[in-house]
Design a protein around this ligand. Structure first.
Ligand code: PFF
Length: 470
């Protein structure tokens, strides 16, 4: 049995590196690009409140479960699930959960890389002073011109995918550790600078109010479950990088003496603070300059440049901001590619370099659909009452964050708390049979899966169908 659980992929050089790398995976475009635009689309303060609730009640406990599985299995998510299922006397088809994760990772990476490409384009635009003295109309136009040029989007998407492949091909402990150590703290500091600017704008208080005080009147038109709860749940999973094996695989490199609980709290705290800071930096600008809060995926790309165009040393700060955002996206994209790469190494006996190129190429190819979603192939559709304008990109995004990640999360919770022996989880979490352990187990057993299921079923209108059926 033990041969099923020996890692061929190495270990983190110290426990702090795990925290840094997992934080690197968690903190990315999800916090700075996705969180603000979803908050703007889905009701401001109420969305933030539900999001925080989902992080605490479902996110952290499921993250602990996922890391626990990774460290115990010590392989790619597919083989980890197979080995653990075998060890616990369960059906080996639990490896399909690993497959679900690898697939979700591919799809997310494919569009993630395109958006990361926007950030690279913006490094040059801010650096060349394109935004000096611009107003909302002009930044919106600059952004519009970028996304309507498939050739340019494809170019930056390709560059970003190449640098992702490059780091993954060298092994996670090589490139990643160095990148995360300096860049994450720098990004944090720069966000504080942006918050400082936001404080100087006219509508700073309005921005704060929008973020932190739920306005239930604005929700009157919305379906609470499909428009607020489901996107907030999806964002919690997306932002914490859970439900798809990314954190599981990072856990597989974690040494036995490191505390999973402590690690998870630190990672979730860092991740959530970055998202909230991004919100505090962005919404005052959005309101001061009359932008649309529900402006969609372009929100940060049309709002922040106005600030960079106005503030002292704006060109320098703007350029630096987009460089750091690109690095944050990079450390996340590495973790999106890693599960597929480790699987190719284990199952197909490929070298790490070859596996990285093969997996990266497929994700790149899939990304072409997203490139075209913002121009030639854009189409509108309505999902759960909301109008989505960017065709396949929106479909990929909804399918992964709102469906695949929560589903993966529930299955992880179910596996660890109902199927694995109590002894295995006690062993792995290192909390003994303490009150903390009991709370964790209760939450992953009942609260987290029930929460996800209730949100899912309500969002797809199951209960309505049910009552009509009666
Ligand atoms: N958590 C990353 C972000 O917020 O940008 C994105 C991500 C990385 C999602 C890894 C899922 C994942 F497995």
């Amino acid at each position: 049995m033990s041969s099923l659980r020996t890692s061929i992929h190495g270990q983190w050089s110290s426990r702090w590196i795990f925290i840094l790398a997992a934080t690197g995976s968690a903190v990315g475009l999800g916090n700075i690009w996705r969180f603000p635009y979803l908050t703007g689309e889905n009701g401001g303060g109420a969305f933030v409140l539900v999001y925080l609730f989902c992080v605490i009640i479902m996110g952290i406990p499921i993250m602990m479960a996922e890391i626990l599985l990774g460290r115990r299995g010590r392989k790619s998510p597919i083989y980890t699930m197979e080995a653990l299922a075998y060890e616990e006397g369960l059906n080996r088809n639990w490896r399909l959960l690993g497959w679900l994760g690898v697939l979700a990772g591919f799809i997310i990476l494919s569009y993630y890389s395109v958006i990361a490409g926007w950030t690279i384009a913006f490094i040059f635009k801010t650096g060349m002073g394109d935004f000096l003295g611009t107003n909302a109309k002009q930044t919106t136009e600059i952004f519009g011109n970028l996304v309507s040029s498939p050739g340019i989007l494809l170019f930056w998407h390709s560059i970003f995918m190449c640098i992702t492949i490059r780091v993954v091909s060298q092994g996670v402990s090589g490139g990643l550790e160095k990148a995360v150590k300096f860049l994450m703290p720098a990004l944090f500091v720069l966000l504080l600078v942006m918050v400082g600017y936001a404080m100087s704008t006219e509508k700073f208080i309005d921005g704060l109010r929008y973020l932190f005080i739920p306005d239930f009147n604005s929700l009157a038109e919305k379906n609470l479950f499909s428009d607020v709860f489901l996107p907030a749940l999806g964002q919690a999973f997306f932002s914490l990088s859970i439900g798809m094996g990314a954190i599981m695989i990072y856990g597989s490199y974690l040494s036995k003496d490191s505390s999973i609980t402590f690690n998870c709290f630190i990672i979730a705290l860092a991740d959530t603070s970055v998202a909230i800071l991004a919100g505090i930096a962005i919404f005052p600008i959005v309101f001061t300059y009359g932008l649309e809060a529900a402006g969609g995926p372009g929100l940060i790309f049309v709002s922040l440049p106005i600030a960079f165009g106005q503030m002292p040393f704006g060109t320098f700060f703007g350029c630096l901001f987009f460089i750091l955002l690109m690095f944050a996206a990079w450390t996340s994209s590495i973790s999106l590619l890693e599960p597929a790469v480790t699987w190719l190494i284990e199952a197909k006996n490929m070298s790490r370099v070859k596996a990285s190129y093969v997996a990266g190429f497929i994700a790149w190819l899939l990304g072409v659909f997203t490139v075209l979603s913002f121009n030639h192939w854009s189409f509108e559709f309505s999902f759960a009452g909301a109008i989505k304008e960017n065709g396949l990109f929106d479909i990929f995004d909804i399918l992964t964050s709102n469906i695949m990640l929560p589903l993966g999360g529930i299955l992880v919770a179910f596996f660890t708390s109902w199927l694995m022996s109590r002894k295995s989880t006690v062993d792995e979490l290192g909390l003994g049979d303490s009150l903390s352990y009991k709370i964790w187990r209760f939450v992953v057993r009942y609260i987290a899966p029930l929460g996800v299921i209730i949100i899912f079923l309500n969002a797809i209108g199951f209960f309505k169908i049910f009552s009509i059926g009666n």
